[in-house]
Design a protein around this ligand. Structure first.
Ligand SMILES: Cc1cc2nc3c(=O)[nH]c(=O)nc-3n(C[C@H](O)[C@H](O)[C@H](O)COP(=O)(O)O)c2cc1C
Length: 339
């Protein structure tokens, strides 16, 4: 029986998990989102049973944007260039300091690991921001790296080089464990991810969910598509974690489409070390964490598992009796049951 469960099992069930070298009380982590952007929410997440939090990403682009936005206000339009530089730097510094204070205050208040998250554009800022989050007391750092391979004149290897360069530079400078959160937009996904896992990172977060455009047909305008995932979105990370977990050299956090205990169990079965959840917390509230823990424990009890390691990766491509199921991509009638 865990602290959050109200059920009694005949034998003790242990949900303890390890992720990025950090000891967690269970395998459920709050993904980076607006919900992890305040100490109050982090306290509530901890109370509801979350094992660790990844803070909202600090976006270099957003910092530049808000500094420029400040300068666009009427009162600043006639200033000297030096004064504008001062205000730009001051605003940027202020945003950065707010983030660093969030890390410090969260660390003072909760006992669960607090993982910072950054998304930068320039090489120098990746390193500078990373070092500052470490100095502020973060237990780990997630690099939210996003390169859309949309330039038809750019080789895929050039895009991949960005991931390797950022990773190498940041891990060379930091003592705290580093994870990379990325998308599936790679032509050689398995090769790139196994290559990245062989650097000094401690985990891969598979996968990020990005802003996607949609079309409003009445107004013939571009709009934002759904911000939140659905349980059906689990399919993409599930396949790739099943195929990659036996071969990568670091931990894996499953992200996207985990909305309940069943989704959590599926991800552990294919080899994820933890899941990261965001949409379900927005849609159902923090109490859902307790339900997910209950579902996991009662499933483990029914299946006679006492520890997560008893079943983690049992259905990965290396262990399943049907590895072809993960490799298959065509909807043939025989496999899908539908003509
Ligand atoms: C409102 C919202 C804000 C998010 N902000 C961030 C962010 O700042 N950094 C990041 O790496 N991911 C961010 N994400 C992505 C989530 O961390 C997560 O990877 C994604 O939503 C998929 O998980 P889910 O299916 O549980 O929602 C955000 C997601 C949502 C819904």
């Amino acid at each position: 029986m865990t602290f959050f469960s109200n059920k009694i099992y005949t034998e003790m069930i242990n949900l303890e998990s390890r992720y990025m070298g950090l000891k967690l009380r269970n395998p459920i982590v709050a993904a980076s989102s607006g919900l992890t952007n305040s100490v109050e929410n982090i306290i509530e997440l901890e109370k509801n049973g979350i094992a660790a939090v990844v803070l909202k990403s600090l976006f270099e682009e957003q910092i530049h944007y808000s500094a420029s936005h400040t300068l666009m206000q009427d009162e600043y339009t006639n200033l000297y260039p030096e004064a504008k530089d001062y205000i730009r730097n001051y605003t940027a510094e202020n945003d950065l300091n707010t983030y660093l204070r969030l890390i410090e205050n969260a660390k003072k208040t909760v006992t669960i690991p607090v993982i910072a998250s950054i998304n930068c554009i320039s090489d120098t800022e990746w390193i500078a921001y990373a070092k500052k989050t470490e100095a502020a007391g973060a237990d780990g750092l997630e690099l939210n790296i996003a390169v859309l391979p949309s330039d038809p004149n750019r080789e895929s290897s050039e895009n991949e080089k960005i991931y390797f360069n950022v990773t190498r530079k940041v891990t060379n400078e930091l003592k705290i464990p580093v994870a990379i959160k990325l998308s599936y937009y790679f032509s050689g996904l398995a090769k790139t991810l196994t290559g990245l896992s062989e650097t000094n990172i401690k985990a891969l977060v598979l996968f990020n969910r990005f802003y996607s455009p949609d079309i409003d047909v009445e107004h013939e305008e571009i709009k934002s598509s759904f911000v939140f995932s659905t349980p059906a979105d689990i399919a993409m990370p599930l396949r790739w974690i099943a195929m990659l977990s036996p071969i990568v050299k670091c931990d894996i956090a499953a992200s996207t489409g985990v909305h309940d205990g069943t989704g959590l169990i599926k991800m552990l079965l294919v080899g994820a070390d933890v899941v990261q959840i965001a949409s379900v917390l927005y849609q159902k509230g923090f109490r859902e964490i307790g339900s997910m823990i209950d579902q996991l424990e009662s499933w483990m009890d029914r299946h006679n598992y006492r520890n997560i390691d008893d079943f983690k990766g049992k259905l990965s491509i290396a262990k399943t009796e049907n590895p072809a199921a993960y490799e298959r991509i065509r909807f043939m009638k025989y496999f899908s049951g539908i003509e």
